[in-house]
Ligand binder design. Sequence first.
Ligand code: DGL
Length: 281
Amino acid sequence: MKQELPSIPGPIGVFDSGYGGLTILSKIREALPEYDYMYLGDNARTPYGTRSFEIVYEFTLEAVTKLFEMGCHLVILACNTASAKALRSIQINDLPHLDPARRVLGVIRPTVESIDGITRSRHVGVLATAGTIKSESYPLEVHKLFPDIRVTGEACPLWVPLVENNEAQGDGTDYFIRKYIDELLAKDKEIDTVILGCTHYPLLLPKIKKYMPVHITTVTQGELVAESLKDYFHRHPEIDTQCTKGGTCIYYTTEAEEKFIESASTFLNEEVTVQRISLEA
Ligand code: DGL
């Protein structure tokens, strides 16, 4: 039976398949510290990057519905794979039934909007999960706004597991960082801008910078998403008033709590308390 959604204002929901969204959350909190936040990581079912459209959509819809039930009026999909594979369907097919006054936003559009001012060669590369690359979401979104920009993607299937297994600084990681960068740049030698289209990748930034040629600008998403959200609230005061402002942040995970606490500290550099919840109906 459909649950009645709480009508009183609530926190901003931030959803990710696991820990990666914490890199987005921390930048949003830096830019908008006065708001309340509710982070949900579907750690028990991560990674999403290798899963089918149907499954990513089903899991993401479960998470969004849960965040709405827990009081959020606005949910950010802080996961490129969920943004690529589920956002549009949820906005078009599900929000009208769930509650047409609530909103779900993703991370791809704010990232894409920024590149026009960065690339001079008009050749842009995207490093992301296999799911995001396969969805073609980046080229599609870029061409809607900037039809003259050529977009080339490279899937980096091992980067998320390396981060999740605490190998971001490991010696063996260099090989795979270099491999995917070289493969991308070999496809288009005029690339001057590379988007890191996965929320885990900022943790690999020191090594990515080591192997990225100096003339190439590497774009990370956290600040871009935070700035875009700020702008969104200016343009949508009706949504802003539905978001409470107490400066708090609550964490939920679908995995064991101890596991989340241990890994979250790598992403946030702070101790967090977390509660386990289930998303399956
Ligand atoms: N957070 C996901 C993203 O940004 C990567 C992790 C996963 O594959 O679930 O695409």
